[in-house]
Design a protein around this ligand. Structure first.
Ligand code: HEM
Length: 241
């Protein structure tokens, strides 16, 4: 799937779930019984979580789009600040909700760690842009949004687990982790793949003076032969980033 189609799929899914979260704020009848309980016992956390997280989820795709960012840098800055504040409010509230989430300790821990990492990655993205480091800023934003996107993956896995007939508690306990750990791994890979992980130039060893150039885009991928070159008399040269 190319990046453009991927961006559209991500954006549409994000906007649907964000609209669902905002609708829950205004239409109490839509709230599941467990959520009605949260609104009754910890209303501030419930309101802040749904509002902050919904806004962050809706804003993220537009922030990650390079063309939009380059064309409307001023808007990008303001939407970025809004994203950071939304994650701050939504994330602190998420941590509070995690301590009382359904299905016990495994979900408390899964959602709790997700909330902490969400705040951490977003804080790092903000810190890097404050000192003008755009490359690191982008990498941390990709990680942050991969965690924001857990709201979407959770709502894909949960109905699938119900269709598969898996009882709610074990399914929910697993999905509290599954909704974000793979997202984070893929995002981390994407960040490291974007830059060259290592490049190795090897002599063929047949005395012909020819060599091969291997590149490795990520530590988790094997080296790939990209071209053959004529070498000076060196046996192996390794350029490592
Ligand atoms: C990324 C960090 C997030 C964490 C740690 C988190 C955590 C939680 C927790 C613990 C609950 C209560 C679940 C329960 O009691 O079993 C919850 C509910 C909810 N969260 Fe999040 N959340 C996060 C992100 C988001 C985002 C980005 C959205 C965006 C729409 C969102 C939307 C909701 C909604 C709508 C509910 C109510 C439950 C439902 O009706 O599906 N969350 N969240």
């Amino acid at each position: 799937m190319n990046w453009k189609i991927g961006w559209w799929v991500m954006t549409v899914l994000a906007l649907i779930i964000a609209a669902y979260a905002i609708a829950l704020l205004f239409v109490p009848a839509m709230r599941a019984p467990f959520l009605q309980k949260r609104f009754a016992t910890v209303p501030l956390a419930a309101y802040l979580h749904l509002a902050g997280s919904g806004i962050a989820l809706a804003i993220g795709p537009f922030q990650l789009n390079t063309r939009l960012r380059n064309r409307f840098l001023h808007i990008h800055r303001w939407m970025g600040r809004t994203y950071v504040v939304s994650v701050l409010l939504g994330g602190v509230a998420a941590f509070a909700l995690a301590t009382m989430s359904q299905a016990g300790l495994p979900t408390h821990m899964g959602f709790g760690l997700l909330a902490v990492l969400w705040l951490f990655t977003t804080g790092n993205a903000y810190r890097h842009i404050r000192v003008g480091d755009r490359v690191s800023h982008r990498r941390w934003m990709i990680r942050s949004y991969a965690l924001t996107f857990a709201a979407v993956t959770l709502r894909i896995y949960l109905p699938l687990s119900q269709i598969a007939g898996i009882p709610f508690d074990p399914a929910y306990q697993t999905i509290a982790w599954l909704c974000w750990v793979p997202n984070l791994i893929v995002a981390h890979e994407r960040c490291t793949c974007r830059g060259l992980s290592s490049m190795t130039i090897m002599e063929t060893g047949d005395g012909s003076g020819l060599g091969r150039v291997y590149v490795r885009w990520s530590r988790m991928l094997p080296s790939q032969l990209v071209t053959r070159v004529r070498l000076p008399s060196c046996s192996a040269l390794r350029v490592q980033r």
